[in-house]
Design a protein around this ligand. Structure first.
Ligand code: ADP
Length: 577
């Protein structure tokens, strides 16, 4: 048979690989355990924070436990002291009478030899110790320390409790005060080998011819200890029951209070979500019922006010819608007459021809104002609906730019477009989005003071975006939020060459909202403005962040730029709504 031994290096490297794997698996396991513990701790913390009931119950039980522990240990100590004191009292009385008996027996014995005296000592000790299996009293008779006479009687013990159990201090106390009884508490080994406390009572006796001896009575406190153990167990059981009872009481009481509060919170949530008819149950006369009644009264008055405001707003919307519709018919006639006059203006005086042109321009403005008003009325009435189709935003933007090219040429502004690398497809209503983009680009040209306007496209996983940046008048602080208000204008006196109505951005924002999108503005006086439209790529899928930044790069602080430059290479800046 050929035995081949493996080279030591190979074995060592396998061992290293195996121990490496073991280490990795242990590491994995400890990571799993740690994360499970962390999850459990987080869940507990959440429960603790969110449940008032749990907090009240746990706090009550903890406080109850502290009180029970303090009171229980005080009472236990008092009972233990009482039991021991009582036992010492009876032990003293017993020892006194027994010592007197022993002394009278020794006295009556008269003079005798040492053998008879020893026999007598054994008899006396045997009699003094309890008869039979009753271990309630042990006796030790031993020569006094200061008895220097010839020892004629040895130490006599009634049981295993030896002389070593007698404390030296007790012996010294008897030696210094032989006329009085001395008592101490000691520990002795019981017959079942456990340690028990015992009271030891010692006093002097005089033996004929042998002189001074010490007589000790040992009273084991076994029964007292048993009684105390029963008391301790009863206290512990009673304490646990009391703490549980406190917990149950706290549970019932908090349920009585917390339940109505929870119901009130639920009703308040429903109310704030628009369910104005929600009310609390309010029966009885107690505090909770009063809370319910006041809450309901508040909800009633809120509902009334909201209804009034809704009615008012509905009347206003109706009025605007009716007026706009009513104006359409006369405007059509005026339009036709105006067009006729405008077409034949060359046959009139120059001054009348000029008036014909002015009339024509104003009719244009009037028409676009009326159509904007009708559009706003449709939004207010909730009648605006999307006509969604998958559209490449590049085409929509192209059309919007085309329609504003003439205005840009007039104002001397160039339009730079930064497209996306690939397609920029989203589910949108192309007509509405084109209207938004047209309005943003037209505004940028209008307020861009002839400087270049940059239009950028962006796309990410959930959203598409278009930002329109100009370097014109810009916006003063706070105006970025106001520009979307109806009829708001930074400078009402400013003459609009393109015939703006002051409703363009309000309609654009409504259009963006209809898509579930955002329209944001940024601007600084003299630096320019940036308007950014962000739309979800798929209808109903919310936008997480916009693919394009709102604030232009050069307007951010150097530190924030430095921080975001590398991030943007991988992912666009995160911009919240
Ligand atoms: P309109 O342009 O017809 O006045 P809009 O709703 O489009 O109405 O705009 C409202 C106001 O917002 C404008 O009057 C103007 O003051 C301000 N605004 C809009 N776009 C810009 C921009 N690019 N730069 C500066 N201000 C702007």
């Amino acid at each position: 048979m050929v035995t081949r031994s493996r080279p030591a290096g190979v074995t060592r490297s396998r061992l290293a690989v195996a121990s490496g794997r073991l280490g990795a698996s242990l590491e994995r396991q400890s990571r799993t355990v740690r994360s499970a513990l962390e999850r459990a701790a987080r869940r507990l913390l959440h429960l603790w924070r969110s449940s008032l009931q749990l907090r009240v119950i746990v706090s009550t039980m903890l406080l109850g436990l502290i009180v029970v522990l303090m009171l229980g240990s005080y009472l236990y100590q008092r009972i233990a002291d009482g039991l021991v004191d009582d036992r010492i009292l009876t032990a003293r009385a017993e020892a006194t009478s027994q010592t007197r008996d022993a002394q009278s027996r020794f006295d009556s014995a008269g003079k005798m030899d040492s053998v008879s005296l020893t026999q007598l000592a054994f008899d006396v000790v045997g009699q003094l110790s309890s008869p039979g299996a009753d271990q309630s009293r042990e006796v030790i008779l031993t020569r006094a320390k200061n008895n220097t006479g010839p020892a004629s009687v040895p130490t006599v013990l009634s049981s295993d409790v030896g002389l070593s159990s007698v404390p030296a201090g007790l012996r010294a106390a008897i030696a210094s005060d032989p006329t009085h009884q001395q008592v101490q508490i000691i520990s002795i080994r019981s017959p079942d080998a456990t340690m028990v406390s015992a009271a030891i009572v010692g006093s002097r006796v005089t033996l004929p011819t042998a002189g001074q001896y010490e007589l000790y009575f040992v009273f084991p406190l076994q029964r007292e200890q048993q009684t105390l153990a029963v008391v301790g167990r009863t206290f512990a059981l009673g304490g646990v029951a009391l703490v549980l009872l406190l917990g149950a009481v706290a549970y019932v009481v908090t349920r009585l209070v917390v339940d109505p509060v929870r119901r009130a919170a639920l009703v308040a949530e429903r109310l704030s979500s628009g369910r104005l008819h929600e009310r609390m149950r309010a029966h009885g006369e107690d505090d909770i019922a009063r809370l319910g009644k006041s809450f309901n009264a508040m909800a009633d008055s809120l509902q009334k006010k909201i209804r009034q405001l809704e009615d008012l707003s509905r009347v206003q919307q109706r009025f605007v819608s009716d007026v706009s519709h009513e104006l359409r018919t006369p405007l059509t006639t005026i339009r036709m007459a105006g067009d006729l006059i405008h077409d034949t203006r060359h046959d009139f005086d120059p001054s009348v021809a000029r008036s014909a042109e002015l009339l024509h321009n104003e009719i244009d403005r009037f028409e676009s104002l009326l159509s904007d008003l009708l559009e706003i009325s449709r939004f207010d009435a909730g009648a605006a609906a999307l006509d969604v189709e998958a559209t490449d935003l590049r085409a929509t933007l192209g059309r919007a730019i085309e329609s504003t090219a003439a205005l840009a040429a007039r104002r001397g502004s160039s339009l730079d477009v930064i497209p996306t690398d690939g397609p920029c497809v989203a589910e949108i209503d192309p007509r509405r989005v084109e209207r938004i983009l047209r309005n943003l680009v037209a505004n940028a040209i209008e307020y861009g003071e002839g400087r270049p306007v940059t239009v950028q496209l962006g796309v990410n996983l959930n959203a598409v975006a278009v930002s329109v940046r100009d370097k014109g008048v810009g916006l003063r602080p706070g105006e970025a939020a106001l520009v979307f208000n109806r009829f708001w204008r930074a400078d009402p006196a400013r003459a609009r060459t393109s015939g703006g109505t002051g409703l363009g951005l309000a309609i654009s924002r409504e259009d963006a909202r209809l898509h579930g999108g955002w329209l944001h503005a940024w601007g600084e006086p003299g630096v320019g403005s940036c308007f950014r439209l962000t739309l979800p790529r798929h209808t109903g899928v919310p936008i997480e962040y916009s693919p394009l930044p709102l604030r232009p790069k050069e307007q951010r602080s150097p530190s924030s730029l430095a921080g975001s430059a590398t991030r943007r290479a991988a992912a666009p800046e995160r911009v919240e709504p």
